[in-house]
Design a protein around this ligand. Structure first.
Ligand SMILES: *Cc1c(COP(=O)(O)O)cnc(C)c1O
Length: 353
């Protein structure tokens, strides 16, 4: 087997998607599957659709086009507000999240040109300080948006716990519900989506007595890595190991633990510091920072990662006998998964359903 590769267990992903869909449906919340961390991988996208998820969302139009071209039968939603890509957004997606009127006007222009209606969800700022319209300006924006040809206001949404680390709790969700009601009453319309957030909404969902008007969540990490994202606690009944990174050992020797010679900068401009632990069993793995966020890897063996450069990870093999040609396996956190799925140097292999 050629290495390095990431082994993707499609059965585990299907299981997680089904359990989460059922769980959230128990209080009337529908799940959108977010594919950006797997770069819109069509094999994975098809598994989500098979597991009952009808809408797939991605931050990149390129990933959505990839899924569209691979005959993934779902509705597509663009997560990141588009601008120069508005023409393809209207062509390849059904819905997009938006927070700027000038962008929505661009979408309107192309929707009219293409003779179609593009749905938008307006994002509301609730304190995390990434995308979103300030709530004081929301009614004005809604008023402008409903006058645009080729655009249908299909919902409102919010995104928390991404930039500012702000928790989605009852207070934030009740506020979003009240905004939704306010818009529906004032403009005499029905919002199909009140999208309360992402994988970070799990604790709120479990503990809340009333989800209010929230009827939608956009989930990526909890489907793929089986955890909530406020504290990265595993969600009961889900697999946390659907992805495994397999890397080959390309050098294995007994060497000192302390570099010797004059100390200057390392490959990334840092002055490294090491402790002298005497001789140790050191091995080199054939993957580096160009491929993966090394700090997001957890080895499945009892070894320590000492550090990495662009193309190499250096490990302390501790008590283990690790030989050249052996395979070392790792679990991945979100950052490590994102980087290794993005790396063209890491081969993707699938454990079929
Ligand atoms: C990435 C993203 C999500 C999904 O987040 P997860 O933490 O992976 O569930 C949802 N909404 C928006 C707007 C996003 O950018």
């Amino acid at each position: 087997m050629i290495m390095p590769r990431i082994e993707i267990d499609l059965g585990k992903i299907a299981h997680n998607a089904k359990i989460l869909k059922e769980l959230y449906a128990s209080k009337g919340i529908d799940v959108i599957g977010v594919t950006k961390v797997v770069c819109g991988d069509p094999a994975i996208a098809k598994v989500l659709v098979k597991s009952g998820i009808n809408i797939l969302a991605d931050s990149r139009i390129e990933n959505i086009i990839k899924m569209h071209d691979a005959d993934v039968h779902a509705q597509f939603l663009l997560l990141r507000t588009p601008l120069s890509q508005s023409e393809s957004v209207v062509k390849y997606t059904d819905i997009s999240l938006n927070s700027e009127l000038s962008v929505i006007k661009e979408l309107s222009k192309y929707a009219v040109k293409q003779g179609i209606t593009h749905k938008i969800i307006l994002m509301v700022e609730l304190g995390d300080l990434r995308e979103g319209i300030m709530s004081s300006e929301l009614e004005n924006t809604v008023n402008d948006v409903i006058g645009l040809k080729g655009i249908e206001l299909t919902g409102i949404g919010t995104n928390l716990a991404c930039f500012g680390g702000i928790k989605p709790n009852d207070e934030k969700m009740e506020y979003l519900s009240s905004i939704a009601k306010g818009i529906e009453d004032k403009f005499k319309l029905k919002l199909e989506f009140v999208s309360g957030g992402n994988s970070a909404n799990y604790d709120w969902f479990i503990s809340t007595k009333d989800v209010g008007r929230i009827n939608n969540l956009r989930l990526g990490e909890s489907i793929f890595l089986g955890c909530e994202t406020l504290y990265r606690k595993p969600i009961p009944g889900l697999f946390i190991d659907a992805f495994t990174l397999k890397i080959e050992v390309i050098e294995s020797k007994i060497k000192p633990s302390l570099p010797y010679g004059d100390v200057c900068q390392d490959a990334f401009g840092n002055i490294p510091k090491f402790t002298d632990l005497g001789l140790m069993k050191r091995a080199i793995l054939g993957v580096g920072l160009q491929d993966v966020l090394v700090s997001g890897l957890t080895p499945l063996l009892d070894i320590d990662i000492l550090g990495a450069s662009s193309d190499h990870i250096i490990i302390d093999a501790k008590q283990l006998e690790i030989r050249v040609g052996d395979t070392v396996e790792f679990n991945l956190n979100y950052g490590a998964l994102l980087s290794s799925m993005t790396s063209p140097y890491i081969i993707k292999t699938y454990k079929k359903l």
